[in-house]
Design a protein around this ligand. Structure first.
Ligand code: V47
Length: 372
């Protein structure tokens, strides 16, 4: 099929995409610098359909944020609070298990467990929480702790990151979410998240997680003060690690939400930026299987359109979301399974419910099985 590419800079990129060739740093820049959204979307959709045909994935999950207490004070974040802040909260182990059960009505297959860097919660505490979750909900997969939390818990326990990851695995963690990567450029990290581990450290924890057999997701925070060069550099670093480990399952672009953060003077992202940050990563990350349009962050409207701009996943039911809602997200805190199905079907895609690692989930009237 012939397509009309308005932007001449994209013509060589189109040839490479058609031939299935790997895109370069300069191709990534050309894509980000172009406003020819339909051509970019066409190319990303071509790659997405090559990989996944007409299928779009979703899951039935529940977010659990055990605490919003955080020793870091990242300017990008509206979620973290200091320990003596009267608005801060920390769950007890019982709270975590009880909270998990509250989302059970739709037969959740994944708990997504992340929180702040609490100065008193230990690795042992988290492992006990995970064991308790597995005992109470043996069929639910645990996607828990970002690279940032792992590095912090390891440092406090005075053990290596590898040992920390092994202990999490022993306690029942199945995989890890992709948060905390932000943007790897140290120049930008110094401004938006100077208390966090460096980009290289984030990648090193991910490398070790993959080595011990934990698959992870990866993310990129865009729409703050980063440049197009920073974004391409970030994507290429993820791609290089994936060549080495093959441990990343999905990439999730995260739009910066400025409200209630120290960067609240910045404007929120636009629809065009959101769609470009689905499509360009789909084209650059030729070795990461899935690109997720996280509906909480990009709104259900854009996440639906994204299913035709390179995304093959819309995330899940979530039940209760805090990180984005503290930063002013106006989306709802949860979505029913039938609402996700409607968004996907209306986009002309075939919905497939998946577990954390993208095995299809079979639901019947009385049983819930995961095909492995
Ligand atoms: O780690 C924090 C980012 C992440 C803000 O792996 C912010 O399946 C925008 O990682 N504006 C949490 N972003 C979300 C996340 C995630 C979400 C859904 C699925 C998965 C997955 C991972 O959000 C944080 C940080 O990178 N974040 N504050 C903010 N104001």
């Amino acid at each position: 099929m012939e397509i009309f590419v308005e932007d001449d800079c994209l013509k060589p990129v189109l040839e490479k995409v058609r031939a299935g060739e790997r895109l370069s740093y300069d191709d990534g820049l050309a894509l980000y610098r172009s406003s020819d959204l339909l051509a970019i979307g066409y190319m990303a959709n071509m790659v997405r359909e090559r990989l996944h045909g007409n299928v779009a994935y979703f899951n039935v999950n529940r977010h659990i944020n055990p605490t919003d207490v955080c020793v870091a004070s990242c300017r990008l974040c509206a979620f973290g609070k200091k320990i003596h802040d009267p608005k801060a909260y920390t769950m007890s182990l019982e709270d975590v298990w009880e909270n998990a059960g509250r989302g059970w009505s739709e037969a959740v297959t994944e708990f997504h467990v992340v929180g702040g860097l609490h100065p008193q919660l230990t690795l042992d505490w988290y492992c006990e929480a995970f064991r308790g979750l597995k005992q109470r909900f043996p069929k639910v997969q645990l996607k828990a702790l970002t690279m940032v939390e792992v590095a912090y818990l390891a440092r406090r326990a005075k053990i290596t990151v590898r040992e920390t990851l092994e202990r999490m695995k022993e306690a029942g963690v199945d995989s890890m979410p992709g948060g905390g990567a932000e943007i790897f450029s140290e120049r930008i990290r110094r401004i938006i998240c100077d208390h966090k581990l460096t980009g290289d450290q984030w990648l090193e924890v991910a490398r070790t997680a993959h080595q011990v057999g934990l698959s992870t997701n990866c993310t990129m925070l865009y729409g703050h003060i980063e440049t197009e060069e920073d974004r391409v550099d970030h994507l290429l670093k993820l791609r290089a690690l994936q060549d080495e480990t093959h441990g990343f399952v999905a990439f999730i672009p995260l739009a910066f939400h400025p409200a209630n953060t120290a960067l609240s003077h910045l404007p929120p992202t636009t629809g065009l930026q959101d769609l470009k940050n689905i499509a360009v990563p789909r084209l650059m990350l030729d070795n990461i299987p899935h690109v997720k349009a996280y509906w909480v962050m990009m709104t259900p409207r854009i996440a639906q359109i994204a299913q035709r701009f390179g995304a093959d996943d819309i995330d899940g039911t979530i039940v209760e979301e805090r990180i984005y809602h503290d930063a002013g997200a106006t989306t709802s805190q949860s979505m029913r399974r039938d609402e996700l199905l409607r968004l996907i079907c209306e986009a002309g895609r075939e919905p497939v419910e998946r577990d954390t690692l993208y095995h299809p989930v079979n639901r019947s009237e009385t049983t819930l099985t995961v095909q492995v």
